[in-house]
Design a protein around this ligand. Structure first.
Ligand code: NOJ
Ligand code: CA
Length: 509
């Protein structure tokens, strides 16, 4: 595993909504460069940028039409190089978003593969051999050209599925993983990775990583495929990091990913904590199913790689839509003290709100409200852009008390400052970093505290979190107080009593 991941704290940037530098209402790479010091001030030392490649933007850039070109609205490939270089000068790594499962239907590969006559791209996508047969289990594109076949799609209809083969082909048109077409797709994707790594990026977040090989319900083919990608990186770019959008660490980490996300879908029970009817961190929920699943994933992934817990992302509701503002700090005490590299979704560090009732933008639908432009200060458009308000990529939160970075930086008691302190605490203690071990002392059943120790070498730290609105007691090993959030606890004998909504970090002896 690249050593830099051990103390990495990531910040996810949705490029179109972060900082506009040329007044067209859309964020861009130069805007990100301008804000690197703000990211550094918070303490983050790594970025994940959502796709910024040429695209018709039917799915906000997850429909790529040229893997090796920055979309003009974000700038140029030279701007990307400058971003990598300036970020590196400041000790910040940059992951790009790789979308290996599908392209836009406007991609030249797809246009070539639509042709009736055989060519280099005939097998680049998953096509049946008759227009009358659809690829069972997948949506499809049909009747769009003279090619006699239907093409599988991965997500929206305009995102045809690239062909990595079938795990167990059982129709004549289903190709095995080692057929020339699937192998060529694999090589093409390695070329894309080489292209950006050579320009200076530090790795990739991989979109829909678990679904590349088709007819593969247990993921065995896809795991084998990723092992090959990982071997390629180990050989050619050993410092590059890979994180999967998969949500099943027992598969992704065995497949060679350095990191996998817990997500709002999949078996992880992540939603129990932050996004359900009674989220644990809102006060009265239950974290025990999450903890059981988490421990099971750790065991099944055999200690390989990192399980990463994000504050949110561009597909989920904003954290603050489900967690009351007076419990947001507690969420971050958890997120920033768990193993794995933490991921902070832009704006979550100030508790940005989900903007309700927005018209869908670029395939966002209900996700649009989590993608509104960053709120920096109290100038025009919250400092995001000098464009007229109606030209902004997505309308902003209109409330008069909308949070901003400037206001929170001026207030030591703000969420922004608390996150900064928690990151500093993590940096100063190896036990709290990505690879420190975890053992649970209390699993947060029925609103009880969540308590765990983190260990690295001889350093052992206890983290205890009480989201309930009543004090709660907990037996703890001997130690002294390292950090506390909210009202101070009492420690009598071995009984730690946590104040309502508080977090306690103890250095154990
Ligand atoms: C997951 C991405 O995060 C999401 O935004 C996108 O729409 C789908 N994959 C399809 O690429
Ligand atoms: Ca712009």
């Amino acid at each position: 595993m690249p050593a830099w991941l051990n103390d990495a704290v990531f910040y996810e940037i949705y490029p179109q909504s972060f900082q506009d530098s040329n007044g067209d209402g859309i964020g861009d790479l130069n805007g990100i460069i301008r804000r690197l010091d703000d990211i550094k001030a918070l303490g983050c030392n790594a970025l994940w940028l959502n796709p910024c490649f040429r695209s018709p933007f039917g799915d906000a850039g997850y429909d790529v039409s040229d893997y090796c070109l920055i979309a003009p609205r974000y700038g140029t490939n030279e701007d990307a190089e400058a971003l990598f270089a300036k970020a590196h000068e400041k000790g910040i790594r940059v992951l790009l978003d790789l979308v290996p499962g599908h392209t836009s239907w406007e991609h030249p590969w797809f246009k070539a593969s639509m042709q009736a006559g055989e060519n280099e791209f005939t097998s680049r996508y998953v096509w049946t051999d008759s227009i009358w047969e659809e690829p069972a289990g997948y949506g499809s594109l049909r009747g769009i050209s003279d090619r006699d076949g239907s093409c599988a799609v991965n997500f929206f209809t305009h995102q045809p599925a690239l062909n990595y083969g079938f795990y167990r082909p059982d129709r004549p048109w289903q190709q095995p993983m080692d057929a020339p077409g699937p192998l060529a797709t694999r090589e093409a994707m390695k070329q894309v990775m080489r292209f950006w790594l050579d320009l200076g990026c530090d790795g990739f977040r991989v979109d829909m990583a678990g679904s590349l090989v088709k007819g593969d319900p247990e993921g065995k083919g896809t795991i084998a495929l990723w092992r090959d990608f990982r071997a390629f990186l180990d050989r050619e770019y050993p410092d590059a990091a890979l994180i999967s959008e998969w949500g099943e660490p027992d598969k992704s980490l065995l497949g060679g990913f350095h990191m996998d996300f817990l997500l709002h879908f999949g078996p992880s029970r992540y939603n129990d904590l932050f996004r359900c009817e009674k989220p644990y961190f809102a006060g009265e929920g239950d974290a025990s199913a999450f903890v059981a699943k988490y421990l099971d994933s750790c065991e099944k992934s055999g200690g390989k790689g990192l399980i990463c817990i994000p504050s949110g992302n561009h597909d989920m509701d904003r954290l603050s839509r489900h967690i009351p503002s007076h419990r947001l700090k507690l969420c971050f005490a958890f997120l920033l003290s768990m193993p794995g590299a933490p991921f902070i979704y832009y704006g979550d560090e100030i508790g940005m709100r989900y903007v309700e009732h927005l018209a869908s933008v670029e395939g966002g639908y209900s996700r649009t409200g989590s993608r509104s432009p960053m709120q920096w200060d109290d100038t025009e458009n919250a400092g995001f852009s000098t464009a007229p308000k109606e030209k902004l990529y997505i309308p902003q939160d209109e409330s008069p008390n909308r949070p901003t970075v400037r206001a929170q930086r001026a207030d030591e008691s703000s969420l922004w400052h608390e996150i900064r302190r928690l990151i500093q605490l993590r940096r100063a203690h190896p036990a709290l970093q990505s690879e420190g071990a975890i053992a649970f002392l209390s699993d947060g059943a029925q609103g009880r505290p969540l308590a765990y120790t983190r260990t690295q070498g001889r350093q052992r730290i206890l983290v205890a979190l009480n989201p309930a609105s009543r004090p709660q007691a907990l037996p703890v090993p001997a130690g002294h107080l390292l950090y506390c959030q909210g009202d101070a606890p009492t420690l009598v004998g071995d009984t730690l009593t946590l104040a309502p909504g508080s977090a306690v970090f103890m250095q154990l002896i």
